[in-house]
Design a binder for this molecule. Sequence first.
Ligand SMILES: Cc1ncc(COP(=O)(O)O)c(C=O)c1O
Length: 366
Amino acid sequence: MTKIRPIHGGNLSWATAIACCPISSILDFSASINPLGIPKSAIATIQNNLTQLSNYPDPSYTNLRNILAQYHQINPDYILPGNGSAELLSYVGRELANTEVTYLLTPAFHDYIRALEAFHGKIQGFLIDFDPSLPPFKRGEFLRDLPASFTQCNFKNNSGFLLNNPHNPTGKLFKKEEIKKYLDQFALVVIDEAFMDFLPPDQDQSLISLVKDYPNLIILRSLTKFYAIPGLRIGYAITQPDRLKKWQKWRDPWSVNILADLVAQTVIKDQEFREKTLKWLPPTRLKLYQELGKIKGLYPFNSSANFLLVKTDISSLKLQEKLLKNYQILIRDCLSFPELGEHYFRIAVKLEDENNKLLNALNLLI
Ligand SMILES: Cc1ncc(COP(=O)(O)O)c(C=O)c1O
């Protein structure tokens, strides 16, 4: 049992120590994982390939790279699978640490700081403009320009830019054309698109199509959120081949295990699961956003992703503790985002009956 407050969502052993219940009783809103669960196609792949565990994975991950290449309409040499996008983030940290300074938007995902600090990289943050005092219809706009403090900055020579799009934890989405304007200004630009799969194709703002024209551009993608497989660990980087060859020399030859490799190949082709998810998310998220907004003292932000950031008049830590102890519900406090602190929390959008359990509990507690 661990009592140290976690800096990431989904830490169920910490939650059970507070709630005094088994892990299976926790209703976890803290990790932003697709609540439709692991796709059936993924489970079948695991069950049918257990004996493959006696083989090493293909160190060049050729089949997976070909499938991803077809999906993104890009050359397979531009793709490197990783043990979650978190593994690839470490190589990004190592690359960015060679620049004078890395600019990022804050609040920022804590692992960016971890990856940069591990290699003694310098960091400068720009606060994203999200204003909870705006009226709800304005607060609800999530397609954003980059903040003025960033766009008006005189960037240092040989600097890097690390952007999360859509942005965790606010759920804001930055326009591809807006980001594109800044690609020439940095030695290295990294766009973490861990949640981009949750956008329907007509709203997608991915920069993957620009990678072949910009040797200084790296895109990170995760398969763990959309396909509900964070325990399996699988993500990938898209950037020019020379950089990926270098990364391969930095790591062990079989970072991605054989089941993660095979499951990724399967789920990318699972059109039915993708459609089901894109059908579930927008109306469920809107309803949750609207219902949260009706609770006195809570101010949700609309989001383009599968989570909502909520400002709260009362301490989110007290709320988190009461939700855990009384209802075995886990929400994500925002203490790991120093710009947010104790008066914010983040919740995943889950299935409607699960969201209703959270709403009922909040209505009783607040
Ligand atoms: C913004 C962001 N990027 C990357 C990751 C890491 O994802 P993965 O499971 O692919 O390592 C996370 C996980 O929470 C995240 O929130």
